[in-house]
Design a protein around this ligand. Sequence first.
Ligand code: TRP
Length: 461
Amino acid sequence: MASRGGFTNRIGFIAAAAGSAVGLGNIWRFPYEAGENGGAAFLIIYLICMVLIGFPIMVGEIAIGRATKLNAYGAYSKLGGKWWALIGIWGILSAVMFLSVYNVIAGWAFAYFIQFVNGSLMKVTDFGSHFGTQISDVTDLFFYSLGFMVITGIIVARGIKKGIESAAKILMPSLFVLLIGLILYSFTLENAMDGVRYYLIPDFSAITFKTVYSALGQAFFSLSLGMAALVTYGSYISKRENIISAAGLVVGTDTMVAFLAGLLIFPLVFSQGVSPTQGPGLVFVVLPGIFTSMGSVTGTLVGGAFFLLLCFAALTSTISLLEIPVTFLVDEKGYSRKKIVIAFSVIVFLIGIPSMLSQGAVDGLTNFLYYEGQSKAVLDFIFDVFSDTGLPLGGFLMSVFIATKWKLHNFNEELAIGNPGYLGSMLNKFLNFSISFFAPLFLGIMFITTVLDKFFGIQLF
Ligand code: TRP
């Protein structure tokens, strides 16, 4: 069998896994979730979810990957037999579906970047209607989403070390530089501090049961959990490395970027006196208007830098999503990586077409299904099934798998490699408690309440 390759070292793995985690979730989704759910109060609950559930689940996924050195399906099947392998199959299927939609949204970011650079956005006056026209303009989007998929494919085809790791080592530091530069600039704007205050002073009255679930859902989405992405990346790290500290750094980086994205966006929004509770349109409707009002030179620079940042963040995430099915076929069938990458890029792109057409272009796809009291597009539906509902399910099943089938002592032994003194430590006890009790309990409840609430209109809480 051809060698599957692997990350050079810890840093390579951390860069790639942090790249997977840092994505549209941090820069596009986190600020509007925080904006709608009480600012800092949301942030605090989010941090608690990260530590108590996100971090243990991440460690669990990486351990399963590294213990077997196999893809999502192969790993579960080796440790648990053919029924448990369904968790891996679910992960691979979810990754393909999720990527098909994620790539469409990445295409929007790519379009906005190009249009800031070539100056065409500077002429727009009404960004609400521009966004509507943009996302229903099929020829345009076809081109940008395809472009994004091709770039993703080229990097993944180059393999773990030369492709994924090298790309992450360039993209992640660039992302930080862009982010910090933009934050410093946004702080110089008038009323910027009102935005900082809104973001950092908690309003606990905004917290409800639903806030907790939004925060947990956001933590899962943002850390790339529940879809075997980290089982896949974990299968490429060496036995010498300390999984727990690597996972800690990934969680830390991801949280930091989300936090900084808020610190950039709220001052911008407040400097123009617009409301921060705009939902998903925040980044594509409110921000471009703010950038263009800065005048043509500054607007082009700041707007261009912002959407470049968004593209970099999305790219390291699409890479990790594409790697899930690719590793699967490289391991299980031994086909050449390049051929598999081409095949999956085409498949994912084709699956994404109905989502692309569901933003106004084709009515039957735009008003595809009716639930949660509103008509939903194919794009929303796929996110609802494979992200909001599917990720907690994936996390739930993984923790049940470790606790009941693989067994905690095997899990602990894997973590003790490269980590002397781990067995019996407080951290060991905490991780076992979370994986075998706390995480499955919360994720199970979350899965059930989400299904009932979303698809059946039944609210338990
Ligand atoms: N974490 C990414 C983001 O925040 C999205 C993502 C990439 C993801 N790979 C994933 C989510 C795997 C779940 C599973 O945008």
